[in-house]
Design a protein around this ligand. Structure first.
Ligand SMILES: CC(C)(COP(=O)(O)OP(=O)(O)OC[C@H]1O[C@@H](n2cnc3c(N)ncnc32)[C@H](O)[C@@H]1O)[C@@H](O)C(=O)NCCC(=O)NCCS
Ligand SMILES: Nc1ncnc2c1ncn2[C@@H]1O[C@H](COP(=O)(O)OP(=O)(O)OP(=O)(O)O)[C@@H](O)[C@H]1O
Length: 203
């Protein structure tokens, strides 16, 4: 197994790269997806979040009101850390289960937006891949995709590591300052590099 971490800031292009790699055979373990799974209606995760943040973060149908919770946690770092304290252990547990179920020959790609934010150098991965782009492009793409204001997106960027901190831990960098086609070409280039590393590890 080759264990790869894929990280990058909000709207950097992680999902686009991860989808491409999945087409090429990667097994994906996506923390953003798991962060949703662990607060599905009826889960202990949702119960714990409502217990801490109140019924105001539960929408009419019973699901988590993500917009309401985002308003709270991206304007209050203490509240955000409390939410992370509830959800991150649940996300880590699910990630470990998914990885344990993967083929031993697989390239397992952990998509982890907050890899660097843990405050220490992430260990245990065979490769750390960072999707990188200038902040003005990141802001523009996030605002367009999420129909969000500049202030809302800046709130999330402020809650994340700086570009330089992510680049400092990168083994491989995917440049997403070009168009979508160029991003896919970058993804293919780095995938080939990862496969080569796996071949070396095996021999
Ligand atoms: C606050 C929540 C409900 C808002 O939901 P929403 O649907 O608007 O965003 P979504 O979960 O799709 O995240 C989108 C992006 O926001 C950024 N983001 C999310 N959580 C965080 C965080 N705690 N710190 C910094 N950035 C974050 C990431 O770039 C992420 O890719 C949600 O983000 C959440 O539950 N966050 C806490 C869990 C967490 O830390 N997730 C990050 C990856 S493990
Ligand atoms: N090179 C590009 N040119 C134009 N748009 C792009 C490019 N790369 C990504 N995008 C767009 O930017 C947005 C973010 O891309 P993507 O969802 O892949 O990023 P992400 O890092 O997974 O985001 P998040 O973690 O915030 O969910 C999407 O709307 C995507 O279509």
């Amino acid at each position: 197994m080759l264990r790869v971490a894929l990280t990058g800031g909000i709207a950097s292009g992680k999902s686009t790269v991860a989808e491409r790699w999945a087409e090429l055979g990667a097994v994906l373990v996506d923390a953003d997806v798991l962060a949703r799974d662990v607060v599905e209606p009826g889960t202990p995760g949702l119960a714990a979040v409502v217990e801490r943040f109140g019924e105001g973060v539960r929408a009419a149908g019973g699901a988590l009101d993500r917009r309401a919770l985002a308003e709270v946690v991206f304007t209050d770092p203490g509240a955000r850390r409390e939410l992370e304290g509830i959800l991150h252990p649940l996300i880590r547990e699910r990630s470990a289960e998914l990885e344990a179920a993967a083929d031993p020959e697989a390239v397992v790609v952990h998509v982890i937006p907050l890899l660097v934010e843990g405050g220490r150098t992430p260990e245990g991965f065979d490769a750390i891949v960072v999707v990188d782009l200038p902040e003005d492009l990141q802001l523009e793409r996030a605002m367009r995709r999420d129909a969000a204001s500049e202030e809302q997106v800046r709130g999330r960027i402020a809650a994340q590591a700086a570009r330089s901190e992510r680049l400092a831990v990168a083994d491989l960098v995917i440049d997403n300052s070009g168009d979508r086609q160029e991003l896919l070409a970058e993804a293919d280039r780095v995938w080939a590099e990862l496969c080569q590393r796996r071949a070396v590890t095996k021999s």
